[in-house]
Structures are given as C-alpha cells and as structure tokens.
Design a binder for this molecule. Structure first.
Ligand SMILES: [Mn+2]
Length: 356
C-alpha cells in the first residue's frame, strides 16, 4: 500500500505539501486542477506546474481525484461524444506526465451529500454527518443552502457553484434516466476511454456513491458489491476498476467491507479509508479512524487489503475537525494525519503478525 494524502493545490488548500511530507509514510498526494470545470481539457502547463510544485516538496502525484465527468456523458445527451473526446485528451496529457491513477464518480448532479458539515461530537470535535430524516425534509435548494452555510467559505468538491446554479436544468436532464440507463451510459464512456487508458497504463478508479443509496430520487449505480462487480463487467480491462471507499460503502451496514474487498481482488486501484458511526436507519456520523470510535472494524478492513495483495495508493478519507483547525470540512491536517498514523500501525502489525 502506498500512503497518500489529498491536496487541493496551493490556492485552495489550507495545508502545504511540505506539511504533508512530514506525515509518516506519506510519499505522494492525490490532487486535481481544482479550478477546472467538468468537461474542460486540462492545460498541459497547469498539469506540469502542479506536478513540479508537489515534487519540490519531495512528494509525487500518486493520482488525480478527480477528473470530473460532464453531465452530458452521464446523461447521454447528444453532445456527449465531444465531452468524451475532451476527457480522452485530459487522460493523454496526464499519461504524458506519467500520472497513472484517475479517481472519478458517476453520480448525477452532485457528488457526496451530508445533512451537516460540522456536527459536534461528544469529544468536542466536529464532523460531517448524515441523517435521512433531515434530508427527506429538504429540497435540493435547502441542501445547497445548508452546505454553503457551513463550508467555512470553501468550495466543496463536487459542488461547483457554477453547476449548482443550473440545478433545475440538471435535474431535468436526468428525469428519464434510471439505474439501467445510467449504467449503460457509464459503459459507453468506459469503452470509449479504455484504449487510451491502456496505452498510458492509467487506472480508472470509480468512487462509490456517497451515501450508498438514492438521494433526491436520482439513480445510484455504485452502492454495493453487486454494483461494483457490474461496473467491472462493463469493460474487461486491467484499467477499469474501483476506488474502495470504506466510508461511502460503509454508510450502509449491509455492505460487508472485508468481504467486498476480497471479492474485488485485482480490481481495486485506489482506497479511501475512514470510519463511520451508525446512529440509526440511514443516519451516521463520520468518526475518527480508530475502530472503537466508529462502527467499522478497521483491523479486518486493512487485513482484507493485505490479504489480496493490494499495493495501490491509499489515503485517509475525511477527518474530524479537531484542535480548532479551520479548513475545508473533512479536509483538515490534524485528524487525517492521526488517521494515517493509526493505519500505519495496523499495517505494520498485520504484516509482521502474518509472517509468524
Ligand atoms: Mn471517499
């Protein structure tokens, strides 16, 4: 496993690559060009600039999260082929720079969702949390308002204001799209990009839906083991695979994470590891990484990754806000660094224990 840390770039992140370099075991960052919109062709000079910035701190770019997918591709509107061509150009440009991991998602309209970005926990930390009872009493505008008011002034990944301003139009675009149609559109996209991915050895790693169920009536096709295997079956290529996000899949207690990890041997290109604490039906807080702080057994999860020989990039996912830190919600330095140290400990113990 290669330990990494998400970094949004100098203009958008409160944390520097130099700070990240000091977290034990971290060799690389997972980054993006945060000021590009879905559908844009990334500028070569901008890719080279962020790459040399990261390398100046003694780190590498271990992957991109995300190259976002334009709604035209997800909804199969008549202009989708143009946007797929743009996506392929981005992949070629990343491939030329030897960047060989791309995380993406195929969630309609918006990425992840929460009902609260700063819920106080008993220990005094703040966390992202979800309560279906609250979300079901919101409309999409309420959700935008709620997320905006607690984002500390940061633009949230997957919630670009320019796109969200068109949310009514976006919802209409997806009106006739059910899960089967969305999956068909994903297959069309993957078939089109795989030759380029194979040429440059770029591993495409789809991120699961977060939370792992339908929200606001939109279709969700990456929410459980069956969906993940259906994704792998869409295109048989070593470059078509999965981001195993324990927090997203783990939002549904029916998802047996160690079993899902074992079943996906060879198809996991990237991992996000974090814990969630179940509080009721479709209700959870994001917890500290430590098993006993949440509901997921981190020992069993890491053991499953070790058992299948996973050697790709892994990053702590969101962290709690602790010690008064101000940052993009979920993306502070302190708790994610603590999470990494805990994961490092589990990994060393499992590896050395397994040799006896
Ligand atoms: Mn994730």
């Amino acid at each position: 496993m290669k330990m990494t840390f998400r970094w949004f770039g100098d203009n958008f992140d409160t944390i520097t690559p130099e700070q990240i370099r000091q977290i034990p075991a971290v060799k690389g960052v997972i980054t993006t060009l945060y000021d590009t919109m879905p559908g844009e062709v990334w500028d070569v000079a901008a890719i080279q600039k962020i790459k040399s910035r990261v390398e100046s701190a003694g780190l590498e770019i271990s992957g991109i999260e995300s190259v976002n997918i334009h709604d035209a591709i997800k909804a199969a509107t008549p202009d989708r082929d143009m946007y797929i061509e743009n996506y392929i150009k981005c992949l070629e440009r990343l491939g030329e720079e030897k960047i060989e991991l791309v995380c993406y998602n195929f969630m309609p309209v918006f990425d992840w969702t929460r009902s609260d970005l700063a819920k106080p926990r008993p220990d005094g930390s703040n966390v992202l949390s979800y309560d279906a009872a609250i979300v079901e009493n919101m409309n999409f505008e309420d959700m935008l308002e709620s997320l905006g008011s607690k984002s500390e002034g940061f633009i949230l990944p997957g919630w670009e204001p320019e796109r969200m301003a068109r949310n009514k139009e976006l919802f209409e675009t997806y009106a006739d799209i059910d899960e089967a149609k969305l999956r068909e559109n994903l297959g069309y996209f993957l078939k089109a990009i795989m030759p380029t991915c194979e040429k440059y050895n770029i591993k495409m790693a789809i991120h699961p839906d977060d939370p792992a169920w339908s929200v606001f009536g939109l279709p969700r096709i990456v929410k459980n083991k069956e969906d993940l295997h259906a994704l792998c079956d869409l295109v048989d290529s070593p470059c078509n695979g999965v981001t195993l996000c324990t927090g997203s899949l783990g939002s549904n207690p029916d998802n047996d994470l160690p079993e899902i990890i074992r079943s996906l041997k060879g198809k996991i290109h990237f991992a996000h590891i974090r814990n969630v604490k179940y509080l009721g039906d479709r209700k959870f807080d994001e917890a500290a990484h430590l098993s006993e702080d949440g509901s997921l057994d981190m020992y069993e999860i890491i053991k499953a990754f070790v058992d299948i020989g996973f050697n790709g990039a892994v990053r702590p996912d969101h962290g709690r806000m602790v010690w008064g830190e101000k940052s993009m919600p979920g993306y502070g330095l302190y708790d994610r660094a603590m999470g990494i140290c805990y994961l490092n400990g589990l990994l060393e113990a499992i590896r050395k224990g397994g040799k006896k």
